[in-house]
Write a protein that binds this ligand. Structure first.
Ligand code: ATP
Length: 532
């Protein structure tokens, strides 16, 4: 992985004035639809929680004091001439009460974080959400957004949503790690929709960077579902847009793109894209975006988003130390949110290691496992395009509906393969790591690492295509002699995720893991001259 990332995210200055506007945005307002009617959102009907009562009482007292007022960690609105005079005694009493209430609030926050396995670091980290209802009571969320949560069937925030949403709504930068399939997309999209408030009349206001086109397309689709009922323009940076658009005329609230496509638009000689007004920038799968192959492109996007008040956030299911270093040193007053163990996979995935001996052994083991119990949809990962095609050739005559996807296919072919898999037309999808991260195929029951993953992070992301949103999943990893030196790293992930690991595995020597791409024997069982 590339380590020289110090130039990333630089040149951003902190602008305190912006928090005055943020505060005004957080103020409660009556929730109504475009037609003026108020939604029946019994789902989120306000039960006044202890946290709200404390917040209200503290805020009343604060208003009576002619002192600075704190909103989620920042000082705003210093002084006011129209406030009543309070005696010293009363003021001391109020100070004491306020301190007690804040202590109680802190204790409640700690309990809630402990309950949901949330770890935070940073100054004045905002309280986690107890329920989605607090989006409305604490932050004045528009009713259409609550309505969309009902339609999506989401009743409770997931742990990452409980903590990352208040952090972002407080105008804080954030780097977050939470298990695969735990709802990180909503955790960054909802605050964006709440803060953007009104549709853009001028330029591009928010950017979400995704490492692949497939993930960008999925994120756009999810974003549109979440923003339904608003006038926001949510756009995907397609090839056509890159080629033909006059970006001076592109109004867009949320732009979703891969770093490569956005970099092309930034470097255009004529009609280049202006990102200087972007208020929110999300780097999804951030550790991947900082890898050598994408670093330069990511960096040029980050630099082009030069609005001094920008709020940047990094999300992933894996957070290597070097990404933390970048985030800590360069982001301003960022909050770090970690859900669960740092090196763990999702706990809802049963993890298995199978010694297949040789390449031939892998194919036999795969066929045997399909013969015994094929529980579709199944995703199979291999390490290269050639191997993906070879495995497809082997399986396509096995009366299994099988598909294959890799980066040598055209965009249209890739989209069709994904659509077929989502629709259940194919049961087994063979993929390279192009599908290893971020993709949300809800029903995937089992992921098979036909080829051993190239690093522990790939392992966590690949098996994380199953067991999403609390469902049970299974991750099976074949290994051969070549992979044995790297087994211990996977064993560590398994142990951190609460799986039982045989002691001999934990006794294996630790190996510093760079990328593991061994030369493997061919998958094909037919001699080349007999292939069609
Ligand atoms: N509060 C919620 N309640 C129930 N389901 C939810 C909730 N929030 C999100 N989901 C669902 O959980 C699934 C996984 O969400 P998402 O794709 O955002 O996960 P993720 O954490 O980004 O995973 P990955 O690390 O693999 O990218 C989606 O199908 C989404 O619709």
């Amino acid at each position: 992985m590339e380590r020289d990332t110090s130039f990333l995210l630089t040149g951003i200055k902190f602008n305190k004035k912006r928090f005055a506007i943020d505060f005004a945005r957080f103020k409660k307002k009556k929730q109504s639809n475009d037609d003026g009617s108020v939604d029946d959102l019994s789902y989120f009907k306000r039960e006044h929680t202890e946290a709200d009562k404390v917040a209200v009482s503290v805020s009343k007292k604060r208003k009576r004091k002619n002192a600075s007022e704190r909103v989620e960690g920042f000082n705003v609105f210093k002084g006011s001439s129209s406030l009543p005079v309070v005696t010293n005694e009363e003021s001391d009493q109020e100070d004491n009460n306020q301190k007690k209430e804040l202590n109680r609030q802190n204790e409640r926050d700690l309990r809630l974080r402990k309950k949901y396995g949330i770890n935070v670091s940073g100054n004045d980290v905002p309280s986690p959400l107890q329920s989605f209802a607090e989006l409305s009571t604490r932050y004045g969320c528009d009713s259409y957004l609550l309505h969309n949560l009902v339609k999506l069937g989401f009743k409770e925030p997931t742990p990452i949503q409980r903590q990352a949403i208040p952090v972002l709504l407080s105008g804080r930068e954030c780097f977050a790690k939470a298990p695969t399939g735990s709802g990180k997309t909503l955790a960054f999209v909802y605050p964006m929709l709440m803060k953007l408030k009104h549709a853009s009349k001028d330029g591009i206001r928010a950017v979400i960077l995704c490492h692949t086109r497939e993930l960008a397309t999925q994120t756009m689709r999810e974003c549109k579902k979440m923003a339904k009922g608003s006038k926001f323009r949510i756009k995907l940076m397609t090839k056509e847009l890159v080629r033909n658009a006059d970006f001076a005329k592109v109004y867009c609230d949320i732009l979703i793109s891969t770093p490569r496509r956005l970099q092309l638009c930034i470097s255009k000689k004529k009609k280049k894209i202006d990102l200087s007004r972007v208020e929110y920038l999300v780097l999804d799968e951030s550790d991947k975006l900082f890898e050598h192959s994408l670093l330069e492109q990511t960096d040029s996007v980050v630099k082009a988003c030069c609005n001094p008040s920008i709020i940047r956030s990094l999300f992933s299911a894996t957070l290597p130390d070097f990404v933390e270093e970048v985030a800590r040193t360069v982001m301003h007053d960022a909050v770090r949110v970690i859900v669960g163990d740092k090196n763990a996979a999702s706990e809802s995935i049963k993890q298995k290691l199978i010694f297949a001996g040789t390449e031939e052994g892998k194919l036999l083991a795969l066929r045997q496992s399909f013969a015994e119990s094929l529980n579709p949809p199944v995703l199979i990962f291999v390490q290269s395009i050639e191997r993906a095609e070879a495995l497809y050739e082997e399986l396509k005559f096995d009366s299994i509906r099988v598909g294959v996807i890799h980066s040598n296919l055209s965009q249209e072919q890739r989209e069709n393969v994904i659509d077929d898999f989502r629709a259940g037309k194919t049961w087994v999808l063979i993929a390279t790591d192009v599908l290893g991260r971020g993709m949300d195929f809800k029903g995937v029951k089992c992921v098979i690492n036909y080829d051993f993953p190239d690093c522990a992070a790939s392992y966590i992301h690949r098996i994380g295509r199953s067991g999403r949103a609390g469902r049970i999943g299974e991750g099976i990893t074949f290994y051969t002699e070549d992979d044995i030196p790297y087994l211990r790293n996977i064993a560590n992930v398994m142990a951190a995720s609460g799986c039982e690991v045989p002691s001999w595995l934990m006794d294996l020597p630790k190996k510093k893991w760079k990328k593991h791409y061994p030369r493997r024997e061919s998958i094909a069982t037919k001699p080349k001259d007999q292939e069609e």
